[in-house]
Ligand binder design. Structure first.
Ligand code: UDP
Length: 454
């Protein structure tokens, strides 16, 4: 942990304020990190948008509202991502600063702001108040490394990568065209997202600490461009009574899922989820639905209400004896259920590490951004599953879904994949367990917080 200056001698109760980007895939890992710190005697407060305050209920972590400028509806009210980020920076700087100020005269002044790496401006707030600033990356170390190369100028945009001429970067396996984030091949396709990804590095060298939501044994060979690694997702008994993150932007149907899963044989169910943001095309939704209709696999599929109209009309009736569709669930609880035999995933980084740390084999159907890179590692580097191949129109056809489901649930590769899944689960447990690589990082961080003198 790169502690730079201002070490004092006095030991006191440290108080961290954690600032996530207000999406499910960002709130979850930052909240989990806050909970781990709270379990080690640090006072933890999560600062989230007023719109998301009511969605967070985590034991041991206080919740405070700040403003992104859209207090009634969040980013859906902004004109576009660019406008949203500008508004968040302006209003967030002001209201986060007020929050820090509010605590300064209490017996728990804030020691450190742990900010989502998407919000580098939070370091300026920390500096203004003379407290520590820590950047937290929610992507894999590999993906961070790719964007860091672009920021540093060691990789030029657009990145031209062909299957015959893969992208070769130090410490990473060669990456083919389908393995790299789309943003870097076509920078003009998502300019605001690309700018946000690159802004993560704008003042990183000035941060007091840098965390990455990963662990040494998983990505330790990736050059340390973004600091030490701390996983913050792991469920099993690490924090007593912890059965999930404690944040949900949608209402989870947990009892319904648990009851349904209890009626299924062990390792028989395909749990299918594309996370909180992906909107599959109607064609892609239909192909997955046809695969489930034609096969005999039991499945639990999370289809958000806004996506439900894309299901073929005869689908629900045709599969009701084998399948359950829910609008949202507690994914950690589902993945930890013994009836689940595989995870059909879009390979968001949280879903990837959750599947990995709960030892669930995966069928990867990545859609965009870092998911392409995560899918490559799931299949080829960690041997945790298989990746569905797209046809020439960029669609994963039902035959391919059926084939991959079979491979992971009962095919030739099934035993090898299950063995790898067990291995990674053990390594994840060790990393966060007492004396493990991540536990040591967290302890070192806590020590630094406790000796910090205002
Ligand atoms: N998730 C959940 N219930 C669901 C689907 C997803 O709790 O029904 C959680 C999941 O556990 C993960 C997060 O939502 O922590 C999604 O993050 P990820 O990085 O996988 O994908 P994103 O939504 O950012 O694309």
């Amino acid at each position: 942990i790169a502690r730079k200056s201002r070490n004092g001698r006095q030991t006191r109760t440290a108080h961290i304020v954690v600032l996530p980007y207000p999406g499910q895939g960002h709130i979850n890992p930052l909240l989990q990190f806050a909970k781990s710190l709270a379990s080690k005697g640090v006072k933890a407060t999560i600062a989230t948008t007023r719109y998301t305050v009511k969605s967070i209920h985590a034991a041991g972590v206080a919740v405070e509202g700040i403003s992104d400028g859209f207090d009634q509806g969040g980013f859906t009210q902004a004109q576009d991502e660019d406008a949203y980020l500008k508004s968040f920076k302006e209003n967030g700087t002001r209201t986060l600063s007020q929050l820090v100020h509010k605590y300064q005269e209490t017996s728990f002044p804030i020691t450190c702001i742990i900010y989502d790496s998407f919000f580098p401006w939070a370091l300026d707030v920390a500096r203004k108040h003379g407290i520590l600033g820590a950047s937290f990356f929610t992507n894999s170390a590999v993906v961070c490394a790719i964007f860091c190369h672009i920021h540093n100028g060691t990789l030029a945009l657009p990145v031209n990568v062909e299957d015959e001429e893969p992208l070769v970067l130090a410490g990473l396996p060669p990456l083919k065209a389908c393995d790299v984030p789309g943003f870097i091949k076509e920078p003009e396709s998502y300019p605001a997202y690309l700018a946000m990804k690159l802004s993560q590095f704008s003042n990183l060298d000035k941060a007091d600490f840098v965390f990455c939501n990963s662990f040494q044994e998983l990505e330790g060979k990736v050059p340390k461009l973004v600091g030490p690694m701390v996983p913050s997702y792991y469920l099993d008994g690490r924090i007593e009574g912890d059965k999930g993150y404690g944040a949900s932007l949608w209402k989870p149907l947990n009892d319904h899922c648990a009851k349904w899963l209890a009626t299924r044989p062990p390792k028989s169910v395909a749990y299918i989820s594309f996370g909180s943001m992906v909107k599959l095309t109607s064609k892609q939704t239909e192909e997955i639905a046809y695969a489930l209709m034609r096969g005999n696999t039991h499945f639990l599929w999370v289809v958000r209400d806004s996506e439900r109209h894309k299901l073929p009309s005869q689908f629900l009736e045709a599969t009701e004896h084998r399948g359950l569709i829910v609008s949202w669930c507690n994914q950690l609880e589902v993945l930890a259920n013994g009836a689940v035999g595989c995870f059909v995933t879009h390979c968001g980084w949280n879903s990837t590490v959750e599947g990995l740390s709960l030892g669930v084999p995966m069928v990867a159907i990545p859609q965009w951004s870092d998911q392409m890179t995560d899918a490559k590692f799931i299949e080829e580097v960690w041997g945790l599953g298989v990746r569905c191949r797209e046809d020439e129109f960029g669609v994963v056809r039902s035959e391919e879904v059926l084939f991959c489901l079979k491979e992971v649930l009962e095919g030739e590769k099934c035993e090898v994949i299950r063995r790898n899944a067990r291995k990674w689960r053990v390594l994840a447990i060790r990393a966060v367990g007492e004396g493990g690589s991540s536990d040591k990082c967290i302890n070192e961080f806590v020590t630094n917080l406790k000796i910090f003198k205002h």
